[in-house]
Design a protein around this ligand. Structure first.
Ligand SMILES: [Zn+2]
Length: 356
């Protein structure tokens, strides 16, 4: 197939497509294009009989044509935004590379493929935050007197984060030095600290339940080699569009309660509504009670390590919301639950200080 034939076929298909709402169509394009990009192999360096790259190009071309058609339809309906334009250019360059690979013209294929990678990066603006490499400074700089062994100034990116503290939820700019691990920030609006965990999306599974969704995120550390799994249950049912390699940030209160997830690549936010909080304990103590910290630590550090504990957590999440509601409506039960929990809490804190 020639690249021009591919583009014409995509254009013809685009004319027949009708699209959902603008924002959703753009997110659909982003998700499909980035998933496809991650499957396109590097063109081979030399010729071989029965080359697997040529076979791969054959199967990927029809898929690319479909995604390119979607891109052209999105551009037609919603205008050529920056991201859409870069995605379409990257798709065209990859299409060219695949056509050339299929026909065994590997040198030109390599050229088009490199161009496609550059365009891919532009189509995914937050990738640059994590991968920007600064040139190595000279061992000794005569004019400034600095040597390479002086601590290097890290580039700081500005990110917009939402304060996860109850009653605040204000958005502010924060400095972010790309690297693995969580960060602790203090919200300038309410003066309360919060924790932010940054990661690039590797995979997301969503399990649809009767009145909630269970999210299983797998994220790669930014500039690190670690992988984290973050799961929670969410009851609002709001859409949270993501694509592979999006830069996500998980926002926790200082009591390590996950409150929100932000996708910094497309500026979408998911505020996690209480299906995932500690129902019974929250009802008895009220939101934000210090006792909750000990219970959550107990849940995360002790219960989740044992089979029976995990069984308990599952049962608790299944029956917790109903039980908590029942507790809240009965002040005398609430006082009783509170008394029992206080005792458990005393034991918990004693065990913890005894074991560490
Ligand atoms: Zn705040």
């Amino acid at each position: 197939m020639l690249p021009e034939e591919l583009f014409q076929a995509a254009q013809a298909r685009a004319a027949t497509l009708s699209l959902p709402r603008a924002q959703e169509a753009r997110e659909q394009l982003r998700a499909q294009a980035l998933a496809l990009f991650s499957r396109i192999p590097e063109p081979p360096v030399y010729h071989r009989a029965e080359d697997p790259a040529r076979k791969a190009a054959e199967t990927l071309l029809p898929e690319l044509e479909k995604v390119l058609a979607l891109g052209l339809a999105v551009a037609r309906e919603t205008g050529w935004g920056d991201t859409t334009e870069h995605i379409i250019s990257a798709l065209r360059a990859h299409g060219e590379a695949l056509c050339l690979t299929e026909r065994g013209r590997f040198v030109q294929a390599e050229e088009a493929w490199r161009r496609a990678l550059e365009l891919e990066r532009l189509a995914h603006p937050t990738r640059a935050i994590g991968s920007k490499e600064t040139a190595l400074p000279p061992v000794f700089d005569r004019t400034s007197g600095a040597s390479r062994f002086d601590p290097k100034q890290e580039p700081v990116a500005q990110v917009k984060l939402l304060c996860p503290n109850t009653g605040c939820k204000r958005i502010n700019d924060y400095g972010y030095i790309p690297g693995p691990g969580g960060r602790r920030y203090v919200c300038p609006a309410c003066g309360t600290p919060f924790l932010a965990y940054f990661g690039e999306l590797r995979g997301l599974d969503v399990e649809i339940r009767r009145s909630s969704k269970r999210y299983f995120f797998t994220v790669d550390e930014v500039r690190g080699s670690g992988v984290s799994r973050i799961e929670f249950e969410e009851a609002s049912g709001d859409e949270f569009p993501v694509a592979k390699r999006d830069l996500l940030v998980f926002l926790y209160t200082e009591a390590r309660e996950l409150k929100a997830v932000m996708n910094l690549t497309n500026n979408r936010l998911m505020w996690i509504s209480p299906a995932s909080s500690c129902f019974v304990v929250t009802a008895a103590f009220g939101e934000g009670a210090p006792e909750l910290v000990a219970f959550r630590e107990f849940r995360d550090e002790v219960l989740s390590r044992h089979v029976l504990g995990r069984e308990f957590i599952r049962a608790y999440y299944r029956h917790g919301p109903g039980l908590a509601e029942w507790v809240v409506r009965r002040p005398e039960v609430r006082r009783g639950v509170r008394r029992v929990l206080k005792q458990v809490h005393r034991v918990l804190t004693k065990t913890r200080s005894g074991s560490t």
